[in-house]
Design a protein around this ligand. Sequence first.
Ligand code: ADP
Length: 227
Amino acid sequence: MIEINKVSMLYQGGKIHALEEMSLQLKAGEFLFLVGPSGAGKSTLIKLLFREQLPTKGEIYFEGKDILAYKKEDILAHRRSIGMVFQDYKLIKQKTVFENVAFALEILGFSPKEIQQKVPKALEKVGLGHKENAFPKELSGGEQQRVGIARAIVKDPVLILADEPTGNLDRDNALEVMKLFENINEEGTTIIIATHAWDLVDRMQKRVVALSSGKLERDERGGYTHE
Ligand code: ADP
């Protein structure tokens, strides 16, 4: 599904090597943790996959298509097929839980009827069917992130990209969020999560790609992150 060939991303005229000749292949349906210290290049990789940035060098194929050659329309279609989840949730404070999730569909042009069907289903999946009318400030951090996940899955993405999704959560809520990603993955959605949460990564027993100074240091299945 994803093929990254020798991708380099340089900043500041080449002084900073955020990624250096990074290659990685991922099949549809995989669950991948991207780990590594701060500055290793995890967020850069996520931005490249979302086609938010263009690399300095290298190739990126997504479902066989060269996303670096995409024009504006193709970029929008590409982003529509991906659900993004953020560390700080990025919910709209003035909108209810229902409205936050519905908004993701409104901007994609879904009809009110489709929105009425899809939003409750997405909220059910994350266990927040009963909180439809709450505002973000009335929710715990874990619940807010579950709204963030509902907003990502409501558009039936083929891929979910999550950058430090448990970074603001305590351990119990973080584990619950990871389990939710696991359920979503079991229904067929490919998932890539950049994270610092070593203990959770070890517990989840998934594929782990470790980056270090922009290079792929380790790529292992079964989840252990330490030597
Ligand atoms: P991580 O997500 O693993 O913490 P990042 O991908 O954010 O790593 O960053 C990789 C390197 O690239 C770091 O040295 C960071 O400071 C640098 N970097 C990231 N984005 C930019 C940018 N827009 N301009 C300059 N340097 C950047």
